[in-house]
Ligand binder design. Structure first.
Ligand code: NAD
Ligand code: MG
Length: 388
């Protein structure tokens, strides 16, 4: 039995992971569940999966969860400090890091420091502090198996290969709901519109990131750290059908691709069960339904977030952390109709220009950068609103 700590269990990835667990009770056992504020769902999940512990990081929800589970033998904790302690328990075999944003960094890093196997969905962790996380992984003998579909594809293409033989990785991007659109259209896009992704159903933040292509930019940085790549070895191609989930090109010119229908449960299951593959009844891909697969270059001029993320990757240091913090703030504001779609890139760019650059940041530097970038992006939003 593999005993899992599922962090962010009430989210899109978390709930799909629990579906995988429920389908394979002979393989997986839930040791820990965590959620931020959706206490009702966390309680329901705890009753169904009977974990040893649950963590509700939003302290105001602690009493409700504790009370609802009082008749069960389950420990209830609150706050991020509990999360960082619990992921290190001996009874945890694998941690699924499915918290969204910078908030997932401390628990993922703690799991790496405890030498755990980590199924990583939380890409922001590697974007912000990929150097520190990967250093802990190497030093403590931890292991990261990516959940992000592109990185799972690359990981699967690399099984049995010599990493030295990689010439480049090619991340595929659907292009999101506004593929082919120009700035004069994007300027009027509202949150409700941007939340409609053509191929994937996901949490709100990543859905907006997919519409702006920031998601692909974050994924370039995620790939850099996961696979130890040079900046020039990471490419992006638009593939609107989302059937090829990503590719690796080797030094002999051979390209390997991983394919399938777009369903996050597959990369989730692959990561949880690794190194095994387990049978399932997911819908199968049929070549008859997809007679054509197409590919095109991304439009870096219109979707400026992709260019900004690429710049941050090349600049290194705390620049990806600045980019990420500003992006989290503006996406939240966009979801609340406080900034426009194209303004998000303006504000991220301004924040990248404003916050002081640190070449080799420590963990404290990253926390400080994150805070400073958030404050600045929030100021920009306030100023922007005054000019409406
Ligand atoms: P979501 O918004 O649906 O769920 C987020 C989860 O994190 C929830 O359980 C929530 O309670 C918890 N959370 C939110 N803020 C928190 C905080 N401050 N402290 C502690 N917990 C907090 O998000 P999601 O779509 O499931 O995405 C989770 C992560 O997986 C993200 O990093 C995302 O980029 C990545 N990812 C998601 C998908 C997808 O299909 N949804 C695909 C690839 C990668
Ligand atoms: Mg992805």
């Amino acid at each position: 039995m593999k005993r899992l700590a599922i962090l962010g269990s009430t989210g899109s990835i978390g709930t799909q992971a629990l579906e995988v667990v429920a389908a394979h009770p002979d393989i997986f056992e839930v040791e820990v569940l965590s959620a931020h504020s959706n206490a009702d769902l966390l309680i329901k999940q705890a009753i169904e999966f009977k974990p040893n512990a649950v963590v509700v990081t939003d302290g105001t929800k602690y009493a409700q969860v504790k009370e609802a589970l009082s008749s069960m033998p389950v420990k209830v904790f609150s706050g991020h400090e509990s999360l960082t302690e619990i992921v290190q328990w001996d009874s945890v075999d694998m941690v699924l890091a499915a918290i969204v944003g910078f908030a997932g960094l401390s628990s993922t890093l703690a799991a790496a420091q405890a030498g755990k196997s980590i199924a990583l969905a939380n890409k922001e962790t590697l974007v912000v502090a990929g150097d520190l996380v990967m250093k802990a992984v190497t030093e403590k003998g931890a292991r990261i198996i990516p959940v992000d579909s592109e990185h799972s594809a690359i990981f699967q293409c690399l099984v049995g290969e010599d990493l030295e033989q990689i010439e480049k990785v090619i991340l595929t991007a659907s292009g999101g709901p506004f593929l082919g659109k120009k700035t004069n259209f994007l300027i009027n896009v509202k949150a409700s519109h941007a939340l409609q992704h053509p191929n994937w159903t996901m949490g709100a933040k990543i859905t907006i990131d997919s519409a702006t292509l920031m998601n692909k930019g974050l994924e370039m940085i995620e790939a850099k750290w996961l696979f130890g790549l040079k900046n020039e070895e990471i490419d992006v191609v638009i593939h609107p059908q989302s059937i090829i989930h990503s590719m690796v090109q080797f030094r002999d010119s051979s390209i390997k691709a991983q394919m399938g229908l777009p369903d996050m449960k597959l990369p989730i299951q692959y990561a949880l069960a690794f190194p095994k593959r387990i049978e399932n009844n997911f819908k199968r891909f049929s070549f008859k339904d997809f007679s054509k697969m197409t590919f095109e270059e991304p439009d870096y001029k219109t979707f400026r977030n992709l260019a900004l993320a690429k710049d941050a990757m090349y600049k290194g240091g705390n620049m990806p952390c600045i980019l990420n913090a500003a992006n989290e703030v503006v996406v939240h504001a966009f979801l609340n109709n406080k900034v426009g779609f194209t303004e998000m890139s303006d504000m991220v760019e301004k924040t990248m220009e404003h916050v002081s650059f640190v070449e080799q940041p420590s963990l404290d530097d990253y926390s400080h950068t994150d805070k400073e970038a958030r404050e600045y992006a929030n100021e920009l939003i306030k100023k922007g609103q005054l000019s409406y």
